[in-house]
Design a protein around this ligand. Structure first.
Ligand SMILES: NC(=O)c1ccc[n+]([C@@H]2O[C@H](COP(=O)([O-])OP(=O)(O)OC[C@H]3O[C@@H](n4cnc5c(N)ncnc54)[C@H](O)[C@@H]3O)[C@@H](O)[C@H]2O)c1
Ligand SMILES: [Zn+2]
Ligand SMILES: [Zn+2]
Length: 355
């Protein structure tokens, strides 16, 4: 068998199934049989609005699978190993890579955007970018490790202290992981904010103490009432919405921390009185990008795997839709407009759909 099925993005909004050659691997690379891949918020943009770096591209950067072949010099995995894929391939030699900050790499490749990703039966990957999984971790759950690790990295920037009030803007998959993580890291009250009741019901299952639908309630008033006017010690923007950016500054308490990780994909304007809050409240404002690769002081990827494997973090309740690889176009129709509820949408590439 030298051909494989692949869902190929040929232009904005145009994904088609094709027979492709199975990639041949070289030294330091592995061939991974892709089992399950998730659709990320960024894939929705790539599919429907921005496109990928070049067409055609096989989408999919959040995926887990089985190593089927290893190239010369590969020592970290053997054929048969279950793995999750870190989709960001960094150069290893720039000043940021050499300083242990690979997420700042100046010359990186990214599976499913700059080069082919996991919505195909097989993917060629640098061995250093696959991480071994416990064999009893189901592939659908394992495919959510990437967004979980994004959340873990974001929370390292938030410096949550015991009993801190935390407000998470946006109850998408990453927001839901961060609600759960905030509780693990010792948060007190956790507020989840979204525009949709179904998303907030999901946030409740993730452990949010207060769920605020800002189309129905005034966010500032709710948090003011519930915190006795102290507001939030930590605010995370994971909605990628200009309104949520402004609200993040608005609801942060004095000397609070605000972490921006959502990608708005459009201009953000902030009212002058709200902006002044950064100064007057002496806020710490930080950005968060992807994940760390270093193992000390904490290994973000191993932590994500362990949390899901132990059940400390739950992903089941986030999965709303499941499609086969042949139905990739249908999967992207579900996420095209945001008027109907979805959360994590999975594509079962080689794994059978559950009955
Ligand atoms: N910084 C990074 O490294 C990184 C990595 C991956 C994804 N992202 C971005 O992080 C964000 C979260 O990812 P996701 O996959 O969970 O996204 P998602 O699109 O599934 O979830 C975003 C949620 O925000 C809600 N929302 C929209 N407008 C809102 C508003 N004004 N106030 C409150 N909630 C609002 C939506 O209803 C949705 O539930 C996205 O913007 C994504 O592009 C960033
Ligand atoms: Zn992603
Ligand atoms: Zn680099």
């Amino acid at each position: 068998m030298s051909k494989m099925r692949a869902a190929v993005l040929k232009g904005i909004g145009n994904i088609e199934m094709e027979d492709r050659e199975i990639p041949t691997i070289g030294a330091g690379e592995v061939l991974v049989k892709s089992m399950v891949g998730g659709i990320c918020g960024t894939d929705i943009e790539r599919m429907w609005r921005t496109g990928t770096w070049k067409f055609p591209t096989i989408l999919g950067h959040e995926f887990a699978g089985i190593v089927t072949m290893t190239g010369e010099g590969v020592t970290n995995v053997v054929p048969g190993d279950h793995v999750v894929v870190n989709p960001m391939l960094t150069c290893g030699v720039c000043r940021y890579c050499r300083s242990g900050h690979q997420n700042m790499c100046v010359e990186y490749d990214y599976l499913g955007s700059r080069s082919d990703g996991g919505y195909a039966q097989f993917a060629k990957i640098a061995a250093k970018n696959v991480i071994k999984l416990p064999e009893d971790l189901p592939f659908d759950i394992a495919s959510t490790i990437d967004p979980l690790v994004i959340g873990i990295h974001t929370l390292t920037k938030a410096d949550i202290q015991p009993n801190n009030t935390v407000c998470i803007m946006g109850a998408g998959p990453i927001g839901n992981f961060m609600i759960q993580l905030a509780k693990i890291y010792g948060a007190g009250k956790v507020f989840a904010v979204d525009l949709m009741d179904e998303k907030l019901e999901c946030a409740k299952k993730s452990g949010a103490d207060f769920c605020v639908n800002i189309t129905k309630e005034n966010l500032f008033d709710v948090i003011e009432k519930e915190t006795g006017g102290l507001m939030a010690d930590v605010v995370i923007e994971s909605a990628g919405a200009p309104q949520a950016v402004e609200n993040s500054i608005l609801v942060a308490g004095k000397q609070g921390r605000v972490v921006f990780m959502g990608t708005p994909h459009r201009d953000v304007t902030i009212a002058d009185k709200v902006f002044e809050g950064i100064l007057r409240k002496e806020l710490t404002v930080r950005g968060s990008w992807c994940y760390d690769y270093k193992e000390l002081p904490m290994d973000e990827w191993r932590t994500g795997i362990d949390y899901l494997h132990s059940g400390k973090i739950k992903a089941d309740h986030l999965i709303t839709h499941r499609f086969s690889l042949e139905e990739a176009d249908k999967a992207f129709e579900v996420v095209k407009t945001r008027d109907k509820y979805f959360n994590k949408v999975l594509i079962y590439v080689s794994e059978n759909l559950p009955v």
